[in-house]
Design a binder for this molecule. Structure first.
Ligand SMILES: [Zn+2]
Ligand SMILES: [Zn+2]
Length: 429
């Protein structure tokens, strides 16, 4: 699903890569909305065959697609009322529900028949709960070739989930390239920086406001705070998770211990990963509002899309003007968003049409990306290559064009055969 400028993405989202009648099955890599978000649109357009996913991806999709439908319906309502602009939502709740009827959850590392002549299996991509690389064995005229789709590639050492497992025996590869031109801070460095920010803010008597995606990042934050609290590395201040979607997503995490990294200390030792003395989940709007009136140091993790919407906006309106507080940015903030203006530390913010002086501290932690950086992707590819004597063509996808080109140059110099295909083009292997 394309997200961005409204009209442009609406047009792109309505253009399907091939007619529905030519589509035999869908094999989904993970639940993130840029990958799963158009599935209900397929259903709205008449698709009624199987959608394959890992079990955890299926359960995350159940809450995320319903949320996506809800947001679209609300957006359309808002535009119709305020601006007399009438846009048709891409799909509604009933299409999201019907999508779940067609979606089949599969375990990792178990081959299944997609259609005659095509078998698939999922291996860990280490990106978010349930994320997978897809291994496709295609048989034609008695000959089998293996096509691997990387999905979004995660990083080794990310909390909760297992590390990526580079697939073997690939003849051709479709690979993501999102951060093909940059390096991230280390996962351990991010953890130490997080602890420091919390200690400093608590010492000032302030609040740590953490805008975070409800699915994935929020659970990662709770998990890391839990482990820091167990070690005594942060003071015992209350932690509020202020987002109904995040609460639902936490339940999905708890339903999928089979996807956890059992080599992690916390996974072995903690009875419940996401529930401990300090953490409180606020579902109610009233409870959420009451947080604004509470006193003393605390941590608030609230749902945010670039700080433009979600409950974080209320906490920012309340808290951005207080120099004791810290706004802790743990995710990418796009241009032309409130999130970006906070990262740029602009002296005056516009929130709900009011001027709010930015007096709180702003701290940015880079190390929480769920995507591999350039070095990590080259490492992943190197392992695929080592285990794939016949690896031929590599197609790069999922990244801005200039980044793809740069990554292509890097990989070509390493001896790989790389192409950046245009959308809606066909390629043989
Ligand atoms: Zn993703
Ligand atoms: Zn993605």
């Amino acid at each position: 699903m394309f997200q961005g400028r409204r009209q442009e993405s609406a047009d792109k989202n309505r253009k399907l890569p091939l007619p529905i009648k030519d589509l035999d099955a869908v094999v989904l890599s993970h639940a993130h909305i840029d990958h799963s978000g158009r599935l209900p649109y397929l259903i709205a357009e008449g698709y009624s065959k199987t959608i394959w996913a890992t079990s955890a991806t299926r359960d995350l999709c159940a809450i995320m697609l319903a949320d996506s439908a809800h947001i679209q319906e609300k957006d359309a309502e808002f535009l119709a009322k305020r601006r007399k602009e009438f846009i048709e939502p891409l799909y509604g709740i009933r299409h999201a529900v019907r999508t779940m009827d067609l979606m089949v959850g599969m375990p990792y590392n178990k081959q299944f028949d997609v259609v005659p002549g095509l078998k698939a299996s999922y291996v860990d991509a280490g990106h978010i709960l349930g994320s997978a690389s897809v291994v496709l064995d295609c048989t034609e005229d008695g000959k089998t070739k293996r096509l691997v789709f990387s999905g979004d590639i995660g990083r080794s050492g990310l909390a909760i989930i297992r590390d990526p497992v580079p697939p073997e025996g690939a003849d051709a590869l479709i690979m993501e390239s999102t951060y093909g031109n940059r390096e991230h801070e280390s996962v351990d460095g991010a953890r130490a920086q997080l602890a420091q920010v919390i200690r400093d803010t608590a010492a000032r008597g302030g609040r740590v406001l953490i805008p975070a995606f409800a699915v994935g990042r929020t659970q990662e934050m709770v998990y890391v705070l839990h482990s820091l609290a167990r070690e005594g590395a942060i003071p015992s201040i209350p932690i509020y998770v202020d987002s109904p979607l995040a609460i639902d997503a936490t339940t999905v995490f708890e339903m999928h211990p089979e996807s956890f990294d059992r080599s992690e200390d916390m996974v072995q030792k903690a009875k419940e990963l996401f529930r401990f003395d300090l953490v409180h989940y606020t579902r109610d709007v009233e409870e959420s509002k009451a947080l604004s009136r509470a006193h003393g140091p605390m941590i608030i993790i609230a749902a945010s899309r670039m700080m433009e919407n979600g409950r974080i906006v209320h906490h920012l309106a309340q808290g951005a003007g207080d120099p004791r507080n810290t706004i802790l940015v743990v995710g990418f903030q796009a241009e032309h968003t409130l999130g970006r203006r906070v990262v740029e530390r602009q002296p005056i913010l516009q929130i709900f049409g009011e001027d709010v002086p930015l007096k709180a501290r702003v701290e940015v932690i880079d190390g929480y990306s769920a995507h591999a950086d350039r070095t990590e992707m080259i490492g992943w590819l190197g392992e695929v290559k080592d285990k794939s004597p016949n690896l031929g063509q590599i197609w790069l996808v999922h990244g801005e064009a200039p980044v793809q080109d740069e990554f292509k140059t890097t990989l070509t110099a390493l001896g790989y055969s790389v192409d950046c295909p245009e959308p809606h083009t066909r390629h043989a292997f």
